[in-house]
Ligand binder design. Structure first.
Ligand code: ZN
Length: 274
C-alpha cells in the first residue's frame, strides 16, 4: 500500500505538470470509485475547472480546483495516478481519466479497488466523514510539538497499532511503522503506555527520519507502487526491517523476527529492540 513517502513522491511529481492546467475532459469510467458526490454531477463539476493546487494530507492526494472544490484521491492498496500522453494505450482497471488543456491525461488505475475518489468542498468532506480525521503530519516542522509522544504513551494498544492509526499520526502504514520502531529501538508489540518518555521521544524523532529518507529515494518499490510517471521507487533496498524477516539485522547481525500483529506482517530485531 502506498504510504506517506510514496504519496508524497506522486504529489511532487505531478504538481508542476498539473498546477495552472484546465481540465478539458473528465471520464469517470467506473462510477463506483467515486465515494462522495453524485457521479451524475462529476463531469460538470470538474470539466472546465483549473487545477490550483496539488497537495498531500496523510495518504490522500488533494487537487484543489477553481471554484473551491477538492478532487481527493486515495490509492488504497494498488492504486496508481500517472500522467500519460493521450495516445498511450489505456491499461485495464483504469477508472478515471482527466484530460488537460495540454492534451495529456491524468489516469487513475486500481486493480483491487480499495482506493477511492471524493469530490467536494474540504469542510463538507470532513463534516460528512468522507475524509477521516487525521493526526499530525510527520514531515511537518511542528511534528515534534504535536503531542504525538504524549498521545502514544496514553494508549493501551500495541505501538504498531497506534502507528497505523491515521488519527494518531497521518500517513504511516505497515512499512514505515516497522522501520520507525527499528530506528527507535522499540518493539512494535509493546503496549504503548509502557513506553518511557525517552522511548516515546525516540519514536517521535524516528518517524520523520524514515519518512524523509524514503521520500528522498522516491518511495518503496514494493509490489504495485508507481510514481507520477509510472516508474518504481528506490527505497526498498534501503529498508532496515520491512520485508527482511529471517535475514540478518543490519545493526547486530542477529536474525530478524517476523510475526503478525493485528493481521499485519511485522518484522523486528529482538536484540536491538526492547
Ligand atoms: Zn539487531
Amino acid at each position: 500500500m502506498p504510504e506517506l513517502p510514496e504519496v508524497e513522491t506522486i504529489v511532487r511529481d505531478l504538481r508542476p505538470h498539473l498546477v495552472g492546467r484546465t481540465l478539458t475532459r473528465a471520464d469517470l469510467i467506473r462510477a463506483s470509485v467515486l465515494r462522495f458526490a453524485d457521479p451524475a454531477t462529476f463531469q460538470a463539476r470538474t470539466e472546465g475547472h483549473r487545477v490550483g493546487s496539488v497537495r498531500r494530507r496523510g495518504k490522500f492526494i488533494h487537487l484543489g480546483l477553481s471554484g473551491g472544490e477538492h478532487l481527493v484521491i486515495h490509492l488504497g492498496m494498488t492504486g496508481t495516478l500517472t500522467l500519460q500522453r493521450r495516445d498511450e494505450p489505456r491499461a485495464v482497471h483504469t477508472h478515471l481519466v482527466l484530460e488537460m488543456d495540454d492534451r495529456r491525461q491524468l489516469r487513475y488505475r486500481d486493480p483491487r479497488r480499495f482506493g477511492r475518489i471524493l469530490l467536494g468542498r474540504p469542510g463538507q468532506l470532513e463534516r460528512s466523514g468522507a475524509l477521516p480525521r487525521l493526526g499530525p503530519e510527520p514531515l511537518s516542522p511542528n511534528f515534534a510539538q504535536s503531542g504525538f509522544a504524549e498521545a502514544l504513551r496514553g494508549s493501551g494498544r500495541q505501538v504498531k497499532a497506534v502507528l497505523l492509526d491515521q488519527a494518531m499520526v497521518a500517513g504511516c502504514g505497515n512499512i514505515y511503522a516497522d522501520e520507525a520502531c527499528f530506528l527507535a529501538r522499540v518493539r512494535p508489540d509493546r503496549r504503548a503506555h509502557t513506553l518511557s518518555r525517552a522511548e516515546a521521544g525516540r519514536l517521535l524523532l524516528a518517524l520523520p527520519v524514515v519518512m524523509r529518507e524514503a521520500v528522498r529515494l522516491r518511495g518503496t518499490s514494493f509490489s504495485d507502487f508507481r510514481d507520477g510517471f509510472g516508474a518504481k521507487g528506490e527505497a526498498y533496498e534501503a529498508l532496515f526491517v520491512y520485508g527482511r524477516g529471517g535475514l540478518p539485522c543490519v545493526r547486530c547481525g542477529g536474525t530478524l523476527q517476523q510475526t503478525r500483529l493485528g493481521g499485519r506482517t511485522t518484522v523486528y530485531c529482538n536484540r536491538c529492540q526492547s
